[in-house]
Design a protein around this ligand. Structure first.
Ligand code: NOJ
Ligand code: CA
Length: 676
């Protein structure tokens, strides 16, 4: 009797403290057991839940679809079969923030089949890692379900605990270029991914997607409480995605860590992408570049032809000479082609990508560059007339390849987040969202066409990164957040916390062409930056990209040759990356080891608060002597009052030493550890 009472009490307790779960039909844990996923069927509906360290992290959340042409797929389902598998391999990135990546997961494939109607089947596949998980739907080949027109993906994420969220609005006209919000999860509206959360008990979670191919980008809408739902970016033809089965969706991903830095160190997104499809990609060269760019944003020069035209033969030669003298591989020139005169925003039909303006001698300039070991970096601004661009793309890349241009920056500047699709020249124009299925496919058409010409792509106003650089390593970088340009004309400019925010949000998707290093620290008409000079240097380490611009004007660098030395030295391709410390939107310190070298580089940035951060030098090679070349905020440095105060000092250090980094308000610090 006493025993029975005890059991009853325990059962009551269990019902009180745990959410009511429907029957678990299958489950899978990560290799070390930290994460566990359970799938269930509740009254014919599929659901999943996630446990982290034994506690619910995602409460039972629904799965399923609505379609335009056929009945929904979310009810009257039965669990019919499952398969499991384990996987463990280490693969090498041709370029990257680290060279070797371990891809180790346990996989569960579950099949659900309709009990009524057409008896359609759908597979849900989970890959569970120690640092996160991905799941996707696979639509099998079945005669009764071929033409799939998705109007709604019903995937939900019901977060189990109160959390803080770092996020930007999804589905807005300015794409991904908003100032980030820090709010309780319960104040999120509709957000882009990556979106980052910290639960009240200190678990960090990043929601995103991997391998966005021939599908529409996913936003997250908060339905109620802490429950988020996938919302697919729309398409002009009424459905959000149209596919022919068999096919699979992108992976819906959760990167999970006890440390904010663990999110940055995770390779989950890359691991969930397909391996390199391009074969030998030794022609993709990580590099630094300068260019006719900042002057355009300052409006001291113009994209348009005329007296202020930046892209002239003489001016380009000046940049080529500067690049050659200081060891930069690339020179970007914007405004080199016809189409920039008049209004080009959302009006790209005037752009010609195979001709230069008369004052830009492209043939002479490319051989001038070649003689000096420099490469012109191409520029294709579409003004969002995307089909118009596609019609010229192949010839345009062929011309660039002939001229030795092996990296091209593309651009999709439009007024309303919508790009233009015009299947036939002169025909009707459809407006597609910048992250809908059609535009997702467009970006891959560009990358694949460019690869045929051995050209690397850096897209501005792009679709978000979902790790496709693994599959197409010539997709080297992109914008997709507020970059440096907002410090030239932004209203407001980028806030002091911007870099520390990007590291834990946008950068979790992949590299960003932020265009760092504006040492003059002034925008249009003297607009001031929310940054010290030392922070501009730290950006090169903190904000990863295999191509990095030295964005300021040559004459500004000539005035700060001391600081410029770090920009000249810092590499762009890394053997390893470690996050030493950091909190989203507050501060971060990152250490990276240069490839084929013993040198390490460290960047630290802070928000509006001054900080003192310990940097234990545990990462340096044992037994090796290093010279720390330190670029730090000087006495009294402050983004508001004295942003230029910089101290450069050198000291001998070795593994086991600890440095204390003192960061000014809006400040930072950059260090080269040169192996002796
Ligand atoms: C926006 C890009 O982000 C910027 O870098 C470029 O200069 C302009 N578009 C013009 O293409
Ligand atoms: Ca932009």
């Amino acid at each position: 009797m006493r025993h029975a009472m005890k059991t009853l009490a325990a059962a009551v307790l269990a019902t009180l403290s745990l959410p009511a779960f429907a029957e678990t039909v299958a489950s899978v844990a990560s290799p070390n057991g930290t994460l566990r996923v359970e799938l269930d069927i509740d009254d014919g509906r599929m659901g999943y839940r996630v446990f982290h360290a034994g506690k619910p992290l995602i409460n039972t959340s629904r799965l399923g679809f609505l379609f335009q042409n056929v009945e929904q797929l979310q009810r009257d389902l039965a669990f019919t079969s499952k398969a499991t598998r384990t996987f463990d391999e280490t693969w090498e990135q041709p370029w990257g923030e680290r060279r070797l990546t371990r891809n180790r997961y346990n996989e569960l494939r579950a099949r659900f089949t309709e009990k009524i109607n057409a008896r359609r089947a759908i597979d849900v596949v989970f890959r569970v890692y120690d640092d996160g998980l991905g799941f996707r739907y696979e639509f099998p080949d079945q005669p009764q379900f071929k033409d799939v027109r998705i109007t709604e993906e019903l995937t939900e994420f019901d977060v189990a605990r109160p959390s803080t969220a770092w996020w930007i609005p999804g589905g807005e006209w300015n794409r991904y270029e908003q100032v980030y919000n820090t709010t309780p999860l319960t104040e999120v509206g509709r957000a882009h991914t990556p979106m980052t959360l910290r639960t009240e008990d200190g678990v960090y979670v990043s929601f995103h997607e991997a391998a966005l191919v021939d599908y529409s980008g996913m936003w997250l809408t908060r339905v109620e409480g802490r429950r988020l739902k996938a919302q697919l970016s729309p398409g002009s033809e009424g459905w959000k995605v149209r596919r022919t089965a068999p096919f699979n969706t992108p992976w819906r991903t959760l990167t999970i860590s006890d440390r904010a830095g663990g999110l940055v160190e995770s390779s989950l997104i890359l691991n969930l992408n397909e391996p390199n499809k391009l074969g030998d990609v030794s022609w993709v060269k990580p590099h630094k570049y300068v260019g006719i760019w900042w002057s355009l944003h300052l409006e001291t020069q113009s994209w348009a032809t005329g007296a202020k035209h930046g892209a002239t033969t003489a001016e380009t030669k000046r940049y080529i000479d500067f690049a050659a003298k200081h060891g930069f591989r690339g020179v970007l020139v914007e405004g080199w082609n016809p189409g920039w005169d008049g209004q080009w925003f959302a009006n790209g039909y005037g752009f010609d990508f195979t001709k230069a303006t008369p004052d830009f001698d492209i043939e002479a300039l490319s051989s001038y560059a070649k003689q000096r070991g420099v490469h012109l970096v191409g520029h294709h601004e579409t003004g969002c007339a995307v089909s118009h661009y596609e019609r010229q793309m192949s010839q345009a890349f062929a011309m660039y390849a002939r001229l030795g241009v092996d990296a091209v920056k593309t651009g999709y500047v439009c007024d309303a987040g919508q790009i233009e699709r015009q299947e036939v020249a002169g025909g009707p124009v459809l407006r597609e969202w910048h992250d809908g299925q059609w535009q997702a496919n467009h970006h891959l058409r560009v990358v694949q066409e460019a690869a045929k010409h051995r050209i690397a792509i850096n897209a501005h106003e792009p679709i978000k990164d979902t790790g496709l650089r693994r599959t197409y390593p010539n997709w080297v970088s992109r914008e997709g957040a507020r970059g440096m340009e907002y410090n030239a004309w932004g209203n407001p400019g980028n806030p002091p916390e911007h870099e520390a925010m990007l590291v834990f949000t946008r950068m979790l998707a992949g590299p960003m062409d932020f265009t760092p290093g504006v040492v003059s620290l002034k925008g249009r008409n003297g607009l001031i930056f929310h940054s010290t000079l030392a922070k501009q240097l730290a950006q090169y380490v903190v904000l990863y990209s295999p191509i990095q611009m030295a964005a300021d004007l040559p004459e500004h660098y000539e005035q700060r040759m001391d600081a410029f030395q770090f920009i000249k030295d810092v590499p762009v391709d890394w053997e390893d990356t470690r996050v030493i410390n950091g909190e989203p939107a507050d501060f971060v310190t990152i250490a990276r080891k240069q490839r084929k070298s013993h040198d390490w580089y460290v960047g630290a940035v802070t928000d509006e608060n001054a900080r003192s951060l310990e940097l234990p030098l545990a990462f340096l090679d044992a037994g090796r002597r290093y010279e720390a070349q330190i670029y730090r905020d000087g006495e009294g440095a402050d983004w508001k009052t004295d942003p230029h105060a910089l101290v450069i000092e050198k000291k001998p250090v070795r593994r086991g030493d600890t440095l204390t980094l003192k960061l000014a308000p809006g400040g930072g610090q950059a260090i080269r550890f040169k192996a002796l």
